[in-house]
Design a protein. Structure first.
Length: 300
């Protein structure tokens, strides 16, 4: 099942031009940068990562707090070609407060590039970046990314604070609040709904109601259609040749739009945030804004 992925390739923050002795000097520098970015949001990164790790262990998504258990996550992604971990949006808001694009400040990246090349020789970070860079960006899948990572790193590398943090943050950012309700088994009768057709061409052109649309305009226009047509069915059609990046970006944007509308409805009906609602109240909201989507792969 293709799903939200914006990507594990947040692992690459610079093009590999340098390398280092395998003493994790670069990794420690990057971890310090991450801590600094979270600290600016008043988040204790180490404490929150410990809390999230314990949560995953309790749920059974992580076997134990060991490098091997973290390594096994990438083997599972390879096997499933997805991240099949479900975490409520209300959980771990502190870790979600910094997006992957904000993990490293511009100053940190500039300082990293200025490091003495002799100190950087032989870095696992360099090897991993090179492996990830070799993936054709139009053919990126979770399986390929996980294969590249597990092909370079070994279980003991994940005992390092940087690789542990990066794995936990990636899992959190790629998780869903809950499984989509039988989405692959449901065959919606389109005649019973107001169909909102979305199409991604083999040239990565995006269409809404057969009209080409810029991705920046997609959210407001789709939001308007959903609000004006409560009996909506989103028909997401994508060409087999379209890039996985664009597909997953649009898929995530649809989910984000529905969550944003659900948040607004929760405020209107109950004067609460969605995550503060009871299960019964959430079901009431989900009847108003269900994840009702039909996905079709085509070849044109």
């Amino acid at each position: 099942m293709f799903r939200l992925l914006y990507l594990l390739i947040t692992l690459i923050i610079i093009q590999p031009a340098l390398s280092q002795e395998n003493d994790y000097q670069v990794e420690q520098f990057l971890f310090d940068c991450m801590q600094e970015s979270f600290a600016k949001k008043d988040v204790n990164l180490i404490a929150e990562l410990d809390r999230f790790e314990n949560y995953l262990i309790t749920k059974g998504d992580l076997k134990e707090a060991s490098g091997k258990a973290f390594f096994d996550i990438f083997l599972e992604i390879q096997s499933d070609n997805d991240v099949l971990i479900f975490i409520p949006y209300s959980e771990f808001s502190e870790l979600r407060s910094v997006s992957p694009q904000e993990f490293y400040s511009d100053k940190c990246l500039e300082d990293l590039r200025k490091m003495n090349s002799s100190d950087l020789k032989g870095s696992k970070y360099f090897e991993m970046s090179r492996a990830l860079s070799s993936i054709n960006r139009e053919m990126v899948t979770p399986e390929k990314v996980a294969e590249a990572v597990s092909g370079v790193l070994v279980p003991t590398d994940f005992d390092n604070s940087y690789y542990r943090a990066l794995t936990l943050l990636t899992v959190l950012n790629l998780s869903l609040e809950k499984p989509f309700p039988n989405e692959e088994k449901r065959d919606f009768d389109e005649s019973a709904y107001f169909t909102i057709p979305i199409f991604i061409s083999g040239d990565d052109e995006l269409f809404l109601f057969k009209e080409m649309i810029a991705q920046d305009d997609f959210e407001p226009q789709l939001t308007k259609q959903i609000e004006e047509n409560p009996n909506y069915l989103i028909r997401l059609e994508f060409d087999r040749k379209s890039s996985y990046n664009l597909y997953t970006s649009i898929r995530k944007e649809i989910a984000d739009i529905l969550m944003k509308l659900s948040q607004e409805e929760a405020k209107t009906l109950f004067n609460k945030n969605y995550e503060q609602l009871s299960e019964e109240q959430k079901l009431q909201i989900e009847k108003i804004y269900p994840f009702r989507i039909k996905e079709i792969m085509v070849e044109k």
